[in-house]
Design a protein around this ligand. Structure first.
Ligand SMILES: Nc1ncnc2c1ncn2[C@@H]1O[C@H](COP(=O)(O)OP(=O)(O)OP(=O)(O)O)[C@@H](O)[C@H]1O
Ligand SMILES: [Mg+2]
Length: 222
């Protein structure tokens, strides 16, 4: 079954909303999606696991408990310090849940977000060695941010599954990033005025191809 890391070119890109959309798509394909946000900073601003739960309406069994939850909405290394805790990278590396079905793991912020004073999130992605989906904006600035993020992934030989854009349609930005990177463009999730399960599922079905996210043998069977 599929396992993906959902990261982004920045914080607030739409990783959580895209994760929920992908779960809805995977569910239709019979891939029993599970969601895990290992490190959550900023409880008062809302917990991503709760957002995905309310957008998908899946049972609680589909949601793995966070390994670390911090009070302040800051980079995990700093949020941990303020809560007088330390993130243990080895613990996170070994804490990857075994699920029967597919697994969506959402990072925090972007790739170069520190988890500790020694380790960036991207170091953990390298240790996990599972494919990364890079969420990116569609608007001005995204070509630079997306190509820089891809370079960071390539230079560490981290498998890149593709790019999922979130935002208003911008055909030239998407095409330009595809041309310069040669990376698979998975689709663009449009901005949805009334974000709910039905609208998100419909948007995913229209703008993405679920076969890009499930193993070949499953795609042929469905
Ligand atoms: N397709 C969309 N349509 C409408 N609103 C969206 C969409 N995608 C994201 N948003 C909104 O944009 C904001 C940021 O989205 P989201 O929480 O998914 O970002 P994120 O990358 O997961 O952020 P973080 O780095 O904090 O985890 C939220 O308010 C969310 O509701
Ligand atoms: Mg999020």
């Amino acid at each position: 079954m599929s396992r993906f890391i959902i990261t982004g070119t920045d914080t607030e890109i739409g990783k959580t909303v895209f994760s929920a959309a992908l779960m809805l798509g995977l569910e239709s394909a019979g891939a029993s999606p599970h969601y895990w946000k290992p490190v959550q900073s900023g409880v008062t601003e809302g917990i991503d696991t709760h957002t995905v739960k309310s957008l998908t309406k899946f049972d609680k069994e589909r949601f793995l408990a966070e390994s670390y939850v911090f009070s302040e909405s800051l980079s995990p290394h700093r949020a941990a310090e303020l809560d007088e805790k330390t993130i243990d990278i080895n613990h996170l590396q070994n804490d990857m849940p075994e699920v029967s079905g597919s697994l969506i793991i959402e990072g925090a912020g972007g790739l170069m977000v520190p988890l500790t004073r020694e380790n960036l999130y991207i170091n953990l992605f390298k240790k996990w060695d599972i494919p990364v989906i890079l969420c990116a904006r569609t608007g001005l600035g995204t070509i630079n941010h997306t190509l820089l993020s891809l370079e960071a992934l390539w230079s560490r030989k981290i498998p890149v599954h593709g790019i999922a854009f979130v935002g208003e349609r911008n055909a030239d930005n998407v095409k330009t990033i595809g041309q310069f990177s040669g990376t698979k463009i998975l689709g663009t999730l449009p901005l949805i005025e009334d974000l709910n399960r039905e609208n998100l599922k419909e948007a995913f079905d229209v703008h993405f191809d679920i076969e890009d996210f499930i193993p070949q043998d499953m795609a042929m069977a469905s």
